[in-house]
Ligand binder design. Structure first.
Ligand code: AMP
Length: 286
């Protein structure tokens, strides 16, 4: 694998590998890699003659300064994990903040409802920051395919819209959520949880799973209450939102007939750490 920290170097490398092939398979990440990230990277390697990832903790997508300060940065061990997975010319792009943002960022995307519900409501500015960095990364890497986890399902919808807005050629490939054996969705933030919160955290998965199995006997309203009470009754986790939404528009639904594909989304505060998860509860996932 090749590791680059400047735009100039990675551009040269990509140009030298290009030949007749389309652009690389690409996985944007913020590092502190776990099996969830690796599932995306392995898929990118399998499906593309050239593949790579970015490792960049993007300051402009953090709406909470202490979350940015405490975000794990583990480049050396990330590279060790990637070494056996990536091939000779596959790449890691790990730029500095200065390299990515030589001047202040002003762009403001309009994602309509997609950017206003759920994470958009609770994390103002977050998706604009995500869109700006992904747009920049795509302009540098020019991927033929880019891989995103359904763990951040709303982000996936935002990226699909971004590609339309920016007229970019990348195919966006959704990848399933990878979980710990006890059901907790893998996340770089999980290591920051205190032991007691970590122990309680699988209640999130269990409540979502239970809801996905009882559909459609209960109303959506009843299920929302059930999920929230299962999570909050741990006494350690605090629900920020439980939302049932149309998988395509992400608009909230209140009845099973409101959409053919419905997913349940939750955000939970576990001490200092904020966790999100989601699960399809009706209809086929895209
Ligand atoms: P992050 O480093 O958190 O920005 O995540 C980088 C990419 O990995 C995003 O597309 C995430 O959705 C994806 N990802 C993170 N955690 C998981 C997981 N547990 N399962 C699948 N994909 C994940």
């Amino acid at each position: 694998m090749k590791v680059f920290t400047t735009i100039k170097e990675i551009r040269l490398h990509l140009a030298s590998c290009k030949g007749d092939s389309p652009g690389p398979g690409f996985v944007p990440t913020m590092g502190a890699l776990h099996e969830g990230h690796l599932s995306l990277v392995k898929k990118a390697v399998q499906e593309n003659a050239l593949a790579g990832l970015s490792i960049f903790v993007n300051p402009i997508q953090f709406n909470n300064p202490s979350d940015l300060d405490n975000y794990p940065r583990t480049l050396e061990s990330d590279l060790r994990i990637l070494n056996p997975v990536l091939r000779e010319n596959d790449f890691v792009f790990a730029p500095s903040v200065r390299e990515m943002y030589p001047e202040p960022v002003t762009r403001e995307y309009q994602f309509g409802n997609l950017g206003k519900v759920m994470e958009g409501r609770f994390r103002p500015g977050h998706f604009n920051g995500v869109a700006i960095v992904v747009n920049r990364l795509f302009r540098i890497v020019e991927p033929a395919r880019a891989y995103f986890g359904e763990k951040d399902f709303q982000q996936l919808a935002i990226i699909r819209r971004l590609v339309e807005i920016e007229n970019m050629a990348a195919e966006i490939v959704p990848c399933p959520i990878i979980r710990e054996p006890d059901g907790l969705a893998m996340s770089s933030r999980n290591v920051r949880m205190k032991a007691e919160h970590r122990k309680a955290a699988p209640a999130i998965y269990r409540s979502l799973y239970e809801a996905s199995q009882t559909v459609p006997e209960l109303t959506i309203l009843r299920l929302k209450e059930q999920i929230q009470s299962r999570i909050d009754s741990t006494g350690l986790l605090v629900t920020e939102y439980v939302e049932f939404a149309d998988e395509t528009t992400l608009l909230p639904v209140t009845a099973w007939s409101d959409a053919s594909a419905i997913r349940c989304f939750v955000a939970v505060q576990a001490g200092d750490v904020r966790l999100i998860d989601n699960m399809p509860v009706q209809g086929k996932s895209r």
